[in-house]
Design a protein around this ligand. Structure first.
Ligand SMILES: *[C@@H]1O[C@H](CO)[C@@H](O)[C@H](O)[C@H]1NC(C)=O
Ligand SMILES: *[C@@H]1O[C@H](CO)[C@@H](O)[C@H](O)[C@H]1NC(C)=O
Ligand SMILES: *[C@@H]1O[C@H](CO)[C@@H](O)[C@H](O)[C@H]1NC(C)=O
Ligand SMILES: *[C@@H]1O[C@H](CO)[C@@H](O)[C@H](O)[C@H]1NC(C)=O
Length: 654
C-alpha cells in the first residue's frame, strides 16, 4: 500500500500544496479584507515646532480642579483616605507657557475638562506605586465610611456589604414584571448614586501597577465625590465547579482565593450557572457575546444605584478619575434628545467641524430639522412597549432642542456608535438571538460605558423572559434606541500618533463630504467613515489612537508616563511633556487598552479570530481532503474486501 503512495508522490504533493496555498490566500484575504493598507497615502499634518522656552511649573489652583456641587443636594462632606492626604485629592499642575495638547477628536473645552497636567508619581505615589504601602487597607470600609458621612445627601446610602452576595440563582417559576422607566427617581434634595464596576476574572494577575491604579481610581471616585460613586469588582468565576452559589462557604472561599484582600469587600462574584439560570433563553453566556449579562444582574440586584459604569481593568486615567467621569456625565445631561442618535455617530473634530454647536447645526441640516431616528424610539416588532418618555410634541420641528436637556443619559458610550445594518466587516453584525428578523442594531465599541438602571432592567427582562439578545458591544446601545432612551457619545479627547492630516482623518472616521450632506439612504445625518463601517483595511489608523480597542498608542503613552523603561531619558510621545529633571507630565486623558501584564482581554478582536478560526477550519478541511483522497486510493487499489467500502466501490465503478 505504501508503494501506491510512492508511485504517486507528485499528485499528493501537488494536492497538499494547492490546499496550503488556497488556505494561506483565504486567511490573508480575511485578515486584510479587501484593500491594501491605505495609510501610506495619507498626508502628514504640519505641526508648529515645540515652544523653545521651558514652561513654568506651578500647582493647579482650586479653580482648576474644582468639583461642582449639585444645586439640589447639600454640599459634599470630605472623606478620610487610607493615609494622610490621599483621599482622592491630586497634586495637579499647570504648565504656564506650554499650549495644552490639542486632541484629534473631542475637546477639553466642550467637555469642561480641566487642562491640568499630572505626573504618574503624583497620581500613584500615595498608593504604593514604587512606594511603601499599608497592606491592611480596606477599601470597602473606607467607601462605607464615606457613605455614612454623606448619607444625608444621597438618594439611598445603603452600604456595601462585604462577602454577602445579593446575586442568587433564579427561582424555579420566577417571572419578572415588565420593565418600566426609572421607578425610584432621586428624591428632592439628594444626589443619585452611581456604581463603577470594574470587570475582573478568575486568573487575573493583579500587578503592583494594577493595584496602584485601582486604589487611586477608588479614592478619586468612591472617596472624593461625596459618596456619589461606589467602586466594585465584578468577578467572573471561570470555574463553575467552585459552586459559589451553592453555599456561603464556597462563595467566601472563592472571594479569598480570587480577590486581593484590600478589595475583597467590594467584589461581587458571578459564574456561568448564575447567568444560565437567569438567561437560559438566550443560550449563550460567553463574555465575547454577552458581557453585559452580569451587569444586567447588577442593575437588578443593586437598585440603590441609578447608574452603573462598566469599565475594564485595562482602562487608565492620566488625570482625576472622578472629575473625568463627572465631565462625561455632565455633558450627557446637557444634550437634547433630538438627533442624539445621529450625533452619537460623529467623531467630533474641533479643527474640522468648528465648535460643537456647529456640528449640531450641520447634523440638524442633514435631517432637515427632523427628530432623527431616536425620536420616540426606533420601532422593533419585539419591543412593543418602549419604556422611554413620549416626545412632548408630535412634530420634532416644534422642539427647539429642549426636550431631554437636563435629563441623565441612559447610555453613555466612550467612542462614537455605528448603525449595524451598514457595517461591512464587523464580525458580529448579524449576531442576534430571539428576533424574528435582524433588528436595526446600534454598535458602540468597546463594551464599556454607563447605563441607567432603567436600561439595564429593560435588557434584563428581554433576555430573561424572551431570550432577546444582541452582541456585547451592541446590547446597551440597541436597547436604549429601541426603548426611546437617551443615548450619547461624549466627545472625549482622543489623540493619534502618527498625526495624519485632520482632513484625511475626518474622511476616514466620519466619511467624505460636508456633515450636512450626509444623506446616504438609511444613514441620513450619520457619520459613515470607513474605520467604523469597513474596519479592517484601516487597522493601522485606529491602532494609532489613544483610545481604541486594538490600539498600541495608549501603551506607549502610558509606558512613557510611568517611565517603565526606567532610564528616564527616552523620548516621550508628543502629547506628554518631560521636564528638564526628567518628570513626565500627561494631560487629562482616558487611555485604553493598557496591557500591564499577561492578562488576556475579556472580549477578543472579532475579525482576527474569525480569520484565524477559518484558517484552522481550512487547514482541517484541507488535511481531511488529502486524507480522504489518500484513503480512496488505498481502498481502490488495495484488497478492497471490506463490506463497509461498498459505497466507495460503487462510486469507483464509473
Ligand atoms: C495601616 O492601616 C491601618 C488600618 O487603616 C491603621 O490602623 C494603621 O495605623 C496603618 N499603619 C500605618 C503604618 O500607617
Ligand atoms: C435602598 O437600597 C436598598 C438596597 O438596594 C433597598 O433595599 C431599599 O429599598 C432602598 N431604599 C429606598 C428608600 O429606596
Ligand atoms: C434645524 O433645522 C431646521 C430646518 O432646517 C431649522 O428651521 C432650524 O432652525 C434648525 N435648528 C438649528 C438649531 O440648527
Ligand atoms: C531605555 O531603555 C529601553 C528599554 O530598556 C531601551 O530600549 C532604550 O534604548 C533606552 N533608551 C535610552 C536613551 O537609553
Amino acid at each position: 500500500m505504501l508503494s501506491n503512495a510512492i508511485q504517486q508522490p507528485p499528485r499528493v504533493l501537488l494536492f497538499s500544496l494547492a490546499a496550503a496555498v488556497s488556505l494561506l490566500l483565504a486567511t490573508a484575504f480575511l485578515l486584510s479584507l479587501g484593500s491594501p493598507t491605505p495609510v501610506e497615502k495619507l498626508p502628514a499634518a504640519n505641526h508648529p515646532p515645540p515652544p523653545v522656552s521651558t514652561p513654568i511649573i506651578r500647582p493647579a489652583t482650586d479653580r482648576d480642579t474644582r468639583i461642582k456641587e449639585w444645586p439640589a443636594a447639600p454640599p459634599r462632606v470630605a472623606c478620610p483616605g487610607p493615609g494622610h492626604a490621599n483621599d482622592g485629592h491630586l497634586h495637579e499642575t499647570i504648565l504656564d507657557g506650554l499650549p495644552y495638547p490639542r486632541p484629534l477628536f473631542g475637546s477639553y473645552t466642550t467637555l469642561n475638562l480641566s487642562q491640568t497636567w499630572l505626573t504618574a508619581s503624583s497620581r500613584y505615589g500615595p498608593y504604593g506605586f514604587r512606594s511603601p504601602w499599608n497592606s491592611t487597607t480596606d477599601w470597602t470600609a473606607l467607601q462605607n465610611a464615606c457613605l455614612a458621612l454623606n448619607a444625608h445627601r444621597l438618594a439611598n446610602s445603603t452600604a456595601l456589604s462585604p462577602g454577602q452576595p445579593r446575586f442568587r440563582l433564579r427561582g424555579a417559576d420566577e417571572t419578572l414584571p415588565p420593565p418600566k422607566a426609572d421607578d425610584s427617581p432621586t428624591p428632592a434634595g439628594t444626589a443619585s448614586r452611581t456604581a463603577i464596576v470594574f470587570r475582573a476574572w478568575e486568573g487575573y494577575v493583579y500587578t503592583p501597577e494594577d493595584l496602584a491604579n485601582l486604589r487611586a481610581t477608588t479614592a478619586e471616585t468612591g472617596l472624593r465625590m461625596g459618596g456619589e460613586y461606589s467602586v466594585f469588582l465584578l468577578v467572573d468565576v471561570k470555574n463553575s465547579s467552585r459552586g459559589v452559589f451553592t453555599s456561603p462557604a464556597a462563595y467566601q472561599r472563592a472571594l479569598e482565593e480570587l480577590v486581593p484582600a484590600e478589595f475583597r469587600g467590594m467584589a461581587v462574584l458571578f459564574d456561568e450557572t448564575l447567568l444560565k439560570s437567569w438567561y437560559g433563553r438566550v443560550g449563550t453566556h460567553d463574555a465575547t457575546y454577552q458581557i453585559m449579562q452580569p451587569l444586567q444582574l447588577f442593575g437588578a440586584f443593586y437598585p440603590e444605584f441609578g447608574h452603573v459604569w462598566q469599565l475594564e481593568l485595562d482602562l487608565r486615567f492620566t488625570g482625576h478619575a472622578g472629575r473625568y467621569l463627572g465631565a462625561l456625565e455632565e455633558w450627557g445631561r446637557r444634550q437634547p434628545r433630538k438627533q442624539a442618535a445621529e450625533r452619537s455617530t460623529w467623531f467630533y473634530m474641533e479643527g474640522v467641524h468648528g465648535e460643537y454647536g456647529e456640528l449640531v447645526g450641520a447634523v440638524n441640516d442633514s435631517v432637515a430639522g427632523g427628530g432623527g431616528i431616536g425620536w420616540g424610539g426606533v420601532k422593533v416588532p419585539e419591543i412593543s412597549s418602549p419604556i422611554g418618555p413620549t416626545p412632548p410634541v408630535a412634530d420634532p420641528r416644534e422642539d427647539n432642542f429642549e426636550w431631554g436637556v437636563g435629563d441623565e443619559a441612559d447610555f453613555i458610550a466612550l467612542v462614537p456608535c455605528a448603525s449595524m445594518p451598514h457595517l461591512r466587516d464587523w464580525a458580529w453584525r448579524n449576531w442576534q438571538r430571539g428576533f424574528r428578523a435582524r433588528p436595526p442594531g446600534w454598535m458602540c465599541q468597546p463594551a464599556m460605558g454607563r447605563a441607567s438602571r432603567a436600561l439595564l432592567g429593560a435588557v434584563h427582562h428581554a433576555q430573561a423572559e424572551r431570550g432577546l439578545a444582541m452582541h456585547s458591544e451592541a446590547t446597551l446601545s440597541s436597547f436604549a434606541l429601541w426603548h426611546g432612551l437617551k443615548l450619547v457619545a461624549p466627545p472625549q479627547p482622543i489623540f493619534q500618533d502618527p498625526r495624519w492630516d485632520p482632513a484625511a482623518m475626518n474622511e476616514v472616521y466620519n466619511g467624505a463630504g460636508k456633515v450636512a450632506e450626509h444623506k446616504t439612504k438609511g444613514m441620513v445625518g450619520m457619520a459613515n467613515g470607513e474605520v467604523m463601517y469597513h474596519m479592517s483595511p484601516w487597522d493601522e489608523v485606529t491602532q494609532a489612537a489613544s483610545f481604541w480597542w486594538g490600539s498600541a498608542f495608549p501603551g506607549r503613552i502610558y509606558d512613557a508616563w510611568l517611565d517603565r523603561a526606567g532610564n528616564g531619558t527616552a523620548e516621550v510621545p508628543y502629547l506628554l511633556w518631560k521636564s528638564p529633571d526628567g518628570e513626565v507630565y500627561a494631560p487629562n486623558m482616558m487611555l485604553h487598552p493598557i496591557k500591564t501584564n499577561k492578562n488576556m482581554p475579556l472580549a477578543g478582536d472579532g475579525l482576527v479570530w474569525v480569520a484565524i478560526g477559518s484558517g484552522v477550519v481550512g487547514l482541517v478541511l484541507g488535511l481531511g481532503g488529502v486524507g480522504y483522497w489518500w484513503w480512496r486510493r488505498r481502498t481502490r487499489r488495495g484488497s478492497g474486501s471490506g463490506g463497509s467500502y461498498a459505497l466507495l466501490k460503487r462510486d469507483d465503478s464509473d
